[in-house]
Design a protein around this ligand. Structure first.
Ligand SMILES: Nc1ncnc2c1ncn2[C@@H]1O[C@H](COP(=O)(O)OP(=O)(O)O)[C@@H](O)[C@H]1O
Ligand SMILES: O=C(O)C1=C[C@@H](OP(=O)(O)O)[C@@H](O)[C@H](O)C1
Ligand SMILES: [Mg+2]
Length: 174
């Protein structure tokens, strides 16, 4: 059995979309921590945050990360998973961690086209483009710290999957 692969990065970088496609290419299972939370609580992210605040959501997110961790599984995390040092350490110790990196303008344009507000309630109360700049300024360092590999996520999903396959097999060979 192979180590789990964790995809990290900001909202809109493609963790869920690319993660599912990567799992199919590798014949791995696929898990998404947000989807896991929605299934187990029967609540959307927005409903959890409304009831318990971001603090409650973050606590549940850590539990979800541990619950979905399994061999031969691609795990799409939520964009804020790296905020907790505990989560960064857990991912690095249990699997391969890949940062899907994209510029804030690219992320904002994807989210503006398809906001999914139940999944992505505002983090700052500011417009998406401003929020993306602010969030990346805080988190880019944490994504870099947690990651074994950094991938350019500003390609088509198919190209990102190919880059991931190359990067992960090179990493195995070295
Ligand atoms: N590589 C990509 N190129 C263009 N659009 C993308 C890409 N990856 C994801 N998207 C689109 O961006 C939005 C967010 O993707 P998603 O996979 O949910 O990101 P995340 O899970 O990282 O927040 C979706 O509408 C998705 O179709
Ligand atoms: O960046 C964040 O703090 C969040 C990202 C979301 O996941 P995606 O990155 O899959 O959109 C979701 O976990 C929640 O809204 C919080
Ligand atoms: Mg996602």
């Amino acid at each position: 059995m192979s180590l789990p692969i964790y995809l990290i990065g900001a909202r809109g970088c493609g963790k869920t979309t690319v993660g599912l496609a990567l799992s199919q290419a590798l014949a791995y299972a696929f898990s998404d921590t947000d989807y896991f939370l929605q299934q187990t609580t029967q609540q959307t992210v927005a409903e959890i945050v409304a009831a318990e605040g971001w603090e409650g959501f973050r606590r549940r997110e850590t539990q979800a990360l541990m619950a979905v961790t399994a061999p031969s599984t691609v795990i799409a995390t939520g964009g804020g998973m790296v905020l907790a040092e505990e989560n960064r350490r857990f991912m690095r110790e249990h699997g391969r961690v890949v940062y899907l990196k994209a510029d804030p303008e690219v992320l904002a344009s994807r989210l503006e086209a398809y906001p999914e507000e139940d999944q992505r309630p505002t983090l700052t109360g500011r417009p998406i483009a401003d929020e993306m700049v602010e969030v990346l300024a805080q988190r880019d360092r944490l994504y870099q710290q947690a990651a074994h590999h950094v991938i350019n996520a500003m390609q088509t999903p198919e190209q990102v999957v190919q880059t991931l396959l190359q990067t992960l097999s090179l990493a195995r060979a070295s």
